[in-house]
Design a binder for this molecule. Structure first.
Ligand SMILES: [Zn+2]
Length: 244
């Protein structure tokens, strides 16, 4: 580990991806944290242009800082998609300063956004390990898990409904067969009664059935109007017969 003056508000420490730079004192938003420095490479020089490492910081089309030197503490700062610092680039001065864009508390890892080109070239292929991306991945995994459980529960409900339907169908078939067997075992009279005295509705000959049958029988004979002696006398009295 590189020697860092205890006056500095940071230290190098273990991070998720290896080493990282961590705050040891509160760092105010907007404060300069550390300079990103190293030899300047000129893309017009073949020797410079041939240098390749992941600490190259491109200032413009021509100038690049080679930050791979050990003294460049800023090279320990990891990338984050939602960082608490930024790289403040001054191409004309050929100078880069890492500056806080949030208040940073002691213990927090310092990070900045490396930019789209670096992200596409180095981070996207292996998957960005920054807090924001880890959180996103975790959320996606949880959502996928919830979706799997939802689909499983749905399939189980469907299977249960199917089983219930099949059981109901089997029960209907069973009752139909039972009725058929009953019908085959008894001859039917034209009045809808079985020879054994059972009604067509399948019910046993009970008191209710008998009561119905009794109601259908003719009512007991009532006295006829013409047989009443008084009325008969007025219509066919001896006086009328006499005047006719
Ligand atoms: Zn990320």
């Amino acid at each position: 580990m590189p020697a860092i003056s205890p006056k500095k508000p940071y230290r190098v420490g273990r991070s998720r991806t290896g080493l990282g730079l961590f705050a040891t004192k509160p760092i105010k938003k907007g404060a300069k944290i550390v300079r990103y420095f190293g030899p300047l490479l000129d893309s017009k020089k073949k020797k410079d242009d041939a240098i390749e490492n992941k600490y190259l910081f491109e200032l413009n089309n021509r100038w690049t800082i080679d930050g791979s030197v050990r003294k460049n503490i800023a090279r320990y700062i990891n990338h984050a998609c939602k960082p608490n610092a930024e790289s403040d680039v001054k191409p004309r001065k050929r100078k880069v300063v890492i500056r806080a864009i949030k208040n940073i508390l002691p213990g927090e890892e310092i990070n900045y956004d490396y930019g789209t080109d670096y992200f596409k070239a180095y981070l996207k292929p292996i998957g960005c390990k920054c807090d924001a991306c880890e959180k996103k991945r975790k959320k996606k995994r949880a959502e996928a898990r919830a979706e799997r459980l939802r689909l499983k529960a749905k399939a189980e409900r469907k299977a249960l409904r199917k089983a219930e339907k099949q059981a109901a169908k089997a029960e209907r078939e069973r009752l139909k067969l039972e009725l058929k067997q009953k019908l085959n075992g008894a001859s039917v009279k034209p009045n809808g009664k079985f020879a054994n005295g059972k009604h067509l509705n399948g019910g046993l000959s009970n008191g209710h059935g008998r009561a119905k049958a009794a109601a259908r029988e003719p009512a007991a004979a009532k006295p006829q109007a013409s047989t009443q002696p008084g009325i008969f006398a007025t219509v066919v009295g001896p006086d009328n017969q006499a005047s006719a």
